[in-house]
Design a protein. Structure first.
Length: 63
């Protein structure tokens, strides 16, 4: 039972959270993003960054 781990989506959402936080909360979100990135391939990180930019450009529709 449970859900499949999707590090690309995790990176996406933590990145979006970090953009909208300040101070210690932003620092923690960035640390969480870096932790997720440590479990990803370079290709997955590139895809996550692309999706993050796309999500922001679409004002979070379809994320």
């Amino acid at each position: 039972l449970g859900t499949t781990q999707d590090y690309v989506r995790a990176y996406l959402w933590v990145s979006l959270a970090a953009v909208h936080m300040k101070g210690d909360e932003q620092k923690q979100a960035e640390e969480n993003r870096n932790d997720v990135a440590g479990r990803m391939t370079p290709e997955q990180i590139a895809e996550a960054k692309r999706l993050t930019q796309q999500c922001m450009a679409l004002k979070f529709k379809g994320c």
